[in-house]
Write a protein that binds this ligand. Sequence first.
Ligand code: SF4
Length: 335
Amino acid sequence: MNIQGINEILIDQPKYRQQQIEKAIYGEFISDWSEAIALPEHLRKQLAEACPLDIHAEETISSGDSRKALIILEDELKIEAVLMMHKGDRNTVCVSSQVGCPMGCLFCATGKLGFKRNLTADEIVEQVLYFARQLKKENKRVTNIVFMGMGEPMVNYDNVMAAIRILNNPNGFNLGARRMSISTSGIPEGIRKFAREGLEVNLALSLHAPNNELRCKIMPVSRRHSLEEVMDALREYVDITHRKIMFEYIMIKDVTDTPELAHELVKLLSGWLGYVNLINYNQTEMFAPSTRERIEEFKQILEDGHITVVQRYTFGQDIDGACGQLAARTKLQID
Ligand code: SF4
């Protein structure tokens, strides 16, 4: 899909054409210009030649409740997007914001792929459209979007915000801001900027360790931005937005899951407006997942400390839906 040339084609057209096109692409999920029946035929032909709408993708893995797609970009680089289908017609798309990721978290398959480039706003939206077109055939819709795929959204800030505005546009995709979530590994400058956007998009912090020492070991970003700095930025975010924060915490055997760390986490998060999402880890060469008993014990300590705990995005064994784990199973090559 490449719609960059649309504005040029529309130069001599009446203003309402822009709205008709937005509605057709983002509201009716057309995959071919011949479906845009509100447009005159000559314009449809012109658009078909200059702005192809087809999305090159392969569905790599599909299980009962999840589908993972490998999307091939114009420059042949590859990204992954995941559709997670929940009960009650909730269909969440997990999108990537970069090709690879520069943050290099040790437990993350995407981090090991290295970093190629930022995605454009259109390339981010394309991932959502891929699944929206599929769901349309099943009389379903995308109801939620999470920026938890490949990449750190806060270092591709402008394109991520532009994508959010396209998806939020009432004339197009029309998805409420509260149905979108951004997950960051902790970029204070980005968090502060985000707090001032006036958007009601949810914010998640990939916390994964309750102290700076452990966090520096598994998340190199902590060497640049200490946990204290990140928590300060989050405090500012909560003061300005009064919105809850989701603290993502990955359960890695004997690394992040000890009772001592659970107590430390209680201390760190006491009094915060937010909750903890405990994420099951999938086995990699370096780390193993926590046992069920250990997760239960960890959870209990948090709950005894009056911390709200949820367990989300733990889908079928063959699909990994948490930040950066998308590429874990397919041994994805991004170029
Ligand atoms: S966990 Fe997220 S921020 Fe860290 S390397 Fe993976 S994709 Fe990047």
